[in-house]
Structures are given as C-alpha cells and as structure tokens.
Design a protein. Sequence first.
Length: 376
Amino acid sequence: MNATISASSLQTVHVPLGERAYDILIGPGLVARTGAEIALRLKGRKAAVITDENVAPLYLEALIASLGEAGIAAAEVVLPAGEKTKSFEHLMTACDKVLEARVERNDCVIALGGGVIGDLSGFAAGIVRRGVRFVQVPTSLLAQVDSSVGGKTGINSRHGKNLIGVFHQPDLVLADTDVLNTLSEREFRAGYAEVAKYGLIDKPDFFAWLEANWKAVFAGGSARIEAIAASCQAKADVVVADERENGQRALLNLGHTFGHALEAATAYDSSRLVHGEGVSIGMVLAHEFSARMNLASPDDARRVERHLKEVGLPTRMAEIPGELPPAETLMDAIAQDKKVKSGKLTFILTRGIGQSFVADDVPASEVISFLREKHP
Ligand SMILES: NC(=O)c1ccc[n+]([C@@H]2O[C@H](COP(=O)([O-])OP(=O)(O)OC[C@H]3O[C@@H](n4cnc5c(N)ncnc54)[C@H](O)[C@@H]3O)[C@@H](O)[C@H]2O)c1
Ligand SMILES: [Zn+2]
C-alpha cells in the first residue's frame, strides 16, 4: 500500500474521463469545505442540496453554511430515508425543487447522503434541463467507496432495482471521512463488504492488507482514508476502462448475483438484510461455486469467509433472519437478474483471491444444484 497516504490526510483520486473527468477528494472536514471546493471548479453560484431525514439534522446546516461562505445560494430538499425513496414520486419532488431553485445548467445539484440519495439526485441532475452539474457528498461508507463514483444514477421500478436511470457523471465527489462516525456499525460493515470486494476482484495485495488492517479501518484515521482511497481508485480504473458496462465493469458485480437474489428473497427488508450483507454472503457463494466448478481452491473460499466473518458480516444464507424461499425461487430471481441464453448464465467467477473474471457460459443446472446443496 501507498506509504505517502499517511503523510497528508487528504487524498485525491482523479477519474480521467476526458471532458467528463473529475476528482474524488477523500479525508476529514470536507463537508465544511464543500462551498470552497465547488467554487474552485464550477461557474454556477446556485445549488440544490438533496438529502434524507437522517442525514439532514447531522450535516445539512454545515454544508449550507459552507456554500453561503463561497457565495453559492442553496435550496434544500429533504426526502425520507430508505430504499423506497428511489421512486418516481420522490424524483418528481426533487426535480420540482431543483427547478424552483432556478438551478441552471452550470449550477449544481448536490447529493448529501448515502447511495439512495446519490442515485436519485444524480438522476435528477441528469434530466433537469437535460443535465445540470452534479456534486456528490457521500455520507455512507458504501456511497464513498462505490455508488458516488462512476455515474450510474437511477430509481427502482416495480420490475426491479435500478431499472430506470441515466449515466450522469458527477463533477466532483467529496468523501468526508469524519461523517462516517455517525453511521451505524451495521451500515459501516455493509459498506466494508464492497471495500473487500475490490481486493477480491483483482487486488490480492489489498485483500491481504485488509485482513491485517481491518481493525484500523473500522477505528477511523489514516487506515480508513487509505482503504477508501484505494477503493475509489479501483472503481475509477474499472469505470475508465468501461464507462457504460459493455464488458469489464461487470466485474464490480462480484457476489452481486447471489446477493441480489437474497435481497429480492427478503423483499428488500433492511431489518433482515442490507445490500452489503447480501454481497458478503454472495461473495462467499461465488468463491464456493468457483471451487465447485474446479476453477479455484476451496481454501480461497474459506479464506474469504474467515475474513468477512471476522469483521462481523454474515457469510451464510442461514444467518438471514426469517424463512428464505426454496432454492428454485432464488434461482428464478437469479434468472430474472440476468439474460439466460440457452440455459447458460453470465456470472462473475474466480480462479482465486483477486482473480475474478466474467464467465458467460455458466450452466443454470450447476447453479441450481449448488443452491440446493447450500440451502436444502
Ligand atoms: N450508482 C451506483 O453505482 C451504485 C452502486 C452501489 C449501490 N448503489 C445504490 O446505493 C444504495 C445503497 O446505498 P447506502 O447503503 O448508502 O444506503 P442509504 O442511502 O439508504 O444509507 C443507509 C442508511 O444510512 C443513513 N446514513 C447515511 N449516511 C449517514 C451518516 N453519515 N450518519 C448517519 N446515518 C447515515 C441513511 O439515512 C440510511 O438510513 C442502493 O439503492 C443501491 O442500489 C448504487
Ligand atoms: Zn454493491
């Protein structure tokens, strides 16, 4: 890992996407610097800040004050917290407020919150006036390491998650690592599953570093900043290589096929399972399935499970509270999530820690027998 990271507490990851290039700043105290950082980069002096009811009482005042100091007039939109907010109804409220605030194309929409607020605000920024500037101030670990980077925005449909949206890259991402101190331990752990994911995709050294340093990452300070910066860099690299997911960006879905099926099976009830927990169980399943297909050693699956368990994440379907539907129903959810071509599925599989790949010829019959073994 990069030793220079602890020398300065602020890290910058640049996302070189040509005219859509932007910086991700990571470190303490960034909420209070939002106005100054925006004023340095954007011409507009109007903004609409979109946030949720949990985050607003904690950070909205400080953010608005920092905009005021930089001469940026800001309107506030406070939406309910939770996945259900990613709906047309709340999108409409957000768009109306952005227009009411007379935000023009060089002005910006600012998302202050977790991935729910980031996805919805980014969509609003992408469609109001056919696109206004967009700034992400992610406040959950998941949003800081994953959803705020890469430009995927959207809302949910009754047909499934994230089915309605646009690609709209942010102009700036400010990941204030101090705000993570108010995040619940459960949400922090769930975000950590995505951090570990980057190691498992193609960075075995990062995974080993996390095994050795996870306690320091959870405690905060420079190890936390280092882990977030490494994650943003990993995501940025994938996004730059394949912005619109024609190929390699799919690797970011490691553990997500099984994870999404479990989220659907629990009706997106966050008291039973949150996304990162589904991803944790899903990553263990992906490694076990790869071992079953003789692609990887079962020792790798055990090593992945050991680490995720150690940090306090669930790693087995049986740990999900309440009854799960039978393997056949999980399989239906998987098939719905994917294109099934003549009985073959596309999956992210692995040859070992940090050696994942896109496999587009996985027999559905193997998946269903595996699921029956795991969830008899
Ligand atoms: N666009 C993408 O590329 C992408 C990638 C991954 C996930 N996502 C989306 O992200 C969403 C999940 O994001 P999430 O896990 O951040 O969920 P979330 O936005 O619901 O946040 C989780 C909870 O933490 C609260 N919270 C957030 N920051 C806080 C803070 N600093 N202090 C106290 N409480 C705080 C929120 O109010 C919420 O209750 C999903 O909708 C998922 O589809 C998008
Ligand atoms: Zn995820």
